[in-house]
Design a protein around this ligand. Sequence first.
Ligand SMILES: [Zn+2]
Length: 249
Amino acid sequence: MGLTDQLLTLYRVDSQVRGLRTRVENAQRYLNVQNRQLEQLTTEHSEMELKVRHKEAGNGTLEVERDTLQERIDKLRDELNSCTTSKQYSAVQDEMKSLKEKVEELETEILETMETLEVDQEALADIENRQAERATLKQQAEKDLEQRTEDVSVRLSELEKERDCAAAVLPEKALLIFDRVADMNEGETVAEIREVNRKHREYVCGACNMELPFNSVVLLTNNAEQIVQCVGCERILYIEEALKTELAK
Ligand SMILES: [Zn+2]
């Protein structure tokens, strides 16, 4: 088996290995996204929860203040009955009046705070819903990853052995080039030479359409034991048997 055939054999098994690994990697990537989204929601949740607790506490303080003033007003109302002079009476009345105004101010403030608190409470509930939805997606993603890993594991280890065998027969330099080009092109390592015009010696890379120096065609037609790469995408080139036979005539 010539170098090109060895490379094609390696390519066929290598692309299958990469395809299976990609299926698992995609599932892992999807799971990672779910985890990141959940982390983000956890942060949002604790921030909003803090805000809600803070406002609840603030409102509680206002209510205590209002109740204290109200008690004082009630007490003053009783005192009105025991006033002996009109001067005393109007002094108590004045104090009651100013306290009532303060109570009203507090009531308004409490209502306003309640309104913004409700908005925050709704936002908190919304975050909790989104957390629950995202947790479901995460669970599905975990299951999917587990399933895919299980589905491909046997086939993948068989293919990896095949790949090792196919790689073992290649010269070390050729294997280095193959691995580099495979990584560069996401496993699309080889490309067929396409004939555009025989008379004008026009040939292009079947993957990226870059015009190739005629010498590339000559090397492959003559079964030269060397790797011929596309000048554009660096894929390893091969020539179909039919075309090769034609050109060798
Ligand atoms: Zn190319």
